[in-house]
Write a protein that binds this ligand. Structure first.
Ligand code: ADP
Ligand code: MG
Length: 345
């Protein structure tokens, strides 16, 4: 594995905050997104690999080599932070060529490589401009070119797109993915945008209070979150408190539900979790497989273009559903295999 954390712990001096027992690996060409609430330790993870802070325990490795005590500039990692500003007094090509200057390459080669890299991030022909002549999105492209120009072994991106407008953000994230794939570079992307993480990452790692709570493919975090916090963080969800009352049945705040109770014991408190798009509207008569049917009153009905997001007030709670149907929905079925049980706390 190209980038690797082995049981890394770090606490900011004089505080009790930091990260605990982080183990992660990112292969060549792979993109791992780190998500989690503000203050959960995402940036600290990046800083440990970039070399801005050193682990108290464990080690960080690049291509099998322990780099924990190397200074940042000799780690061969490209870094783009949210506000990692370009040098305003330098032309774009000089900005991009800066890491090559630090590495004492000749001016002719520096210029050639910088211009080539600018072309690859869609900024061809702008090499003699200054940063102040660019939009925010263009500046981030140049920052990306600067991080990639010395052919780094890894790319570390800390919320590189959060200062941009929604449309540009989507465009830029596809671009980052394209450049990163073309160069085959192991990449760590910190983001608080779960849609961004799910859509471009090979793997997603969720942080909570300085610890990794789940690492997996995007669909694993979405479909099989390990707890209610992960469920809430990556998308919309129904989370009903309940208790296993018999094998295959859970009694929830909105009523009894058939579900897989494997690994749970009778009497155990749980949370029943269902994604809104798995709730099936019942129009007309319920089919015979729709054993768990709930009726209620529409509390909210939001039109979002391709879908509607409906809150149905039922006895004991709310069912949130998403549907592309245009009819009024007051009755729904919850398929047995749509229900997953999560720990109660
Ligand atoms: P995130 O990027 O997920 O928002 P950080 O990794 O920046 O979180 O921060 C994790 C925790 O460490 C937070 O509680 C934060 O306040 C604390 N922290 C971050 N940087 C420092 C610092 N330089 N000194 C002391 N505490 C810090
Ligand atoms: Mg941060």
């Amino acid at each position: 594995m190209t980038l690797r954390y082995e049981n890394v712990s770090f606490t900011y001096p004089g505080t009790k905050t930091g990260v605990t027992d982080i183990s992660l690996q990112i292969g060549r060409g792979e993109l791992l997104a780190i998500i989690g609430a503000s203050g959960s330790g995402k940036s600290t993870i990046l800083k440990l690999l970039a070399g801005f802070v050193q682990p108290d325990q464990g080690r960080v490795m690049v291509e099998g080599k322990d780099i924990s005590s190397q200074p940042p500039e000799s780690r061969r990692l490209g870094v783009v932070f949210q506000n990692y500003a370009l040098f305003p007094h330098m032309r774009l090509w000089e900005n991009v060529a800066y890491p090559l200057k630090v590495r004492r390459m000749s001016k002719a080669i520096r210029r050639e490589r910088a211009i080539d890299m600018l072309g690859r991030v869609g900024m061809g022909g702008r090499e003699n401009d200054y940063p102040t002549m660019l939009s925010g999105g263009q500046q981030q492209r140049v920052a990306l070119a600067r991080a990639l120009v010395f052919e780094p072994l890894g790319l570390l991106l800390d919320e590189p797109l959060s200062a941009l407008d929604a449309g540009l953000r989507v465009e830029m994230r596809d671009e980052i993915l394209r450049v990163q794939r073309a160069a085959g570079i192991a990449t760590l992307l910190v983001t608080h945008d779960q849609e961004e993480a799910l859509s471009i990452a090979d793997k997603v790692a969720m942080m909570q209070n300085g610890r990794l709570v789940q690492v997996g493919a995007p669909h694993e975090l979405y479909e099989a979150p390990v707890n209610a916090d992960v469920a809430r963080f990556v998308g919309q969800s129904n989370l009903w408190r309940g208790k296993v009352v018999a094998t295959g049945t859970v009694e929830t705040e909105i009523g009894a539900m058939a579900c897989d109770t494997t690994g749970r014991s009778v009497g155990e408190e749980v949370i029943a979790f269902v994604r809104p798009e798995r709730i099936e509207p019942v129009i007309g008569k319920a089919g015979k497989d729709q054993s768990q049917v709930f009726s209620g009153i529409v509390a909210a009905d939001r039109y979002l273009g391709p879908i509607r997001r409906i809150d149905l007030n039922v006895e004991g709670g709310v069912i949130r559903l998403e549907t592309h149907l245009r009819e009024a929905v007051t009755t729904v079925a919850i398929p047995r295999d749509a229900v997953r049980l999560l720990p109660a706390s």
